[in-house]
Design a protein. Structure first.
Length: 296
């Protein structure tokens, strides 16, 4: 809300007022809000509405039939399996990396921070090609893996590795600024009272970062289930075996099976919306606790 302040020249008895530096006129506020709503409606709400409309074009019966198709069901199951494996791994890495960067000083700290940001700057397709170079049949490890019956590419392990790589910054990047802002005073106090390192982390650090950690987990999970580029390179697109939900959408769409493609896309959109709803509910219900943890 805009606030007016008296004329700095001291003319308190007049009606002349000076607008604060951060205020806007009512017309300007309405115009900005209207532009934001138009942008959201055009680029977010309308595409979502189109996806749901196309998915239900032939009725809910066919929608459910598509989702119960063996290949589609396998893609759904694989997507959830990859998320269940990748997200906990990223939680462990993210917490450990944030703890090291925020609480300690050591050589190579800036380099480690840069490495954490690497998946943000590298194309997911390039990330997938890196795993092809590492574990492909013509790589240094390829013959040894084949000789020992270990299959990474075009199988679940390769999909998990690619997903972990593209999603591992989310938890760490959510926690690092939060833990840096909190400082080390609480941990130092706990250690001075005789607490062990594990006790300090479990009873002091973790409660202070739990909301940031939860946000990171939600974002990481959403990206893990929706990843396409890196997974597409390492999966091999084997129907019923290595296709995740995004890959299944592409296959169905390329086969001109539009209703089925939009049905699977609708399920992905619903998973993303559930993530946003959970985040919003947590913010509304625990807003005071979240603000307190960030001020701590």
């Amino acid at each position: 809300m805009a606030h007016d302040i008296p004329d700095p020249a001291g003319h308190h008895g007049t009606s002349e007022m000076v607008r604060t530096a951060t205020s806007e006129s009512r017309l300007a506020r309405y115009v900005l809000i209207g532009l934001a709503l138009c942008f959201m409606g055009l680029f977010v709400l309308m595409p979502l509405a189109a996806v749901f409309t196309e998915a239900m074009r032939n009725g809910p019966g066919e929608f459910l039939t598509v989702l119960s198709d063996p290949e589609t069901f396998s893609a759904i199951r694989l997507t959830l399996l990859v998320a269940v494996i990748a997200v906990p791994l990223n939680v462990v890495f993210g917490v450990a990396a944030a703890w090291a960067i925020a609480k300690f000083e050591f050589k190579g700290k800036a380099f480690l921070t840069t490495l954490i940001d690497l998946p943000f700057s590298v194309s997911p397709v390039i990330s997938g090609l890196v795993f092809i170079l590492l574990f492909g049949s013509h790589s240094l490890l390829g013959p040894w893996l084949q000789g020992n019956g270990i299959q990474i590419l075009f199988a679940v392990p390769g999909i998990v590795l690619a997903t972990v790589f593209v999603t591992f910054p989310f938890v760490a990047r959510e926690l690092i600024p939060l833990m840096q802002e909190q400082g080390t005073s609480d941990e130092e106090a706990a250690l001075s009272l005789g607490a062990s390192g594990w006790q300090t982390f479990w009873y002091v650090t973790l409660p202070n970062i739990k909301w940031g950690l939860l946000y990171g987990v939600l974002l990481c999970n959403a990206r893990a289930m929706g990843e396409f580029g890196a997974v597409s390179v390492v999966s091999g697109h084997i129907r019923g075996l290595t296709n995740t939900m995004p890959l299944q959408v592409e296959i169905l769409y390329n086969e001109y099976n539009f209703v089925a493609a939009f049905a699977v896309a609708t399920l992905l959109a619903l998973l993303a919306l559930v993530t946003l709803v959970l985040k919003s509910l947590l913010e509304m219900k625990f807003s005071e606790q979240i603000a307190a943890s960030r001020r701590h």
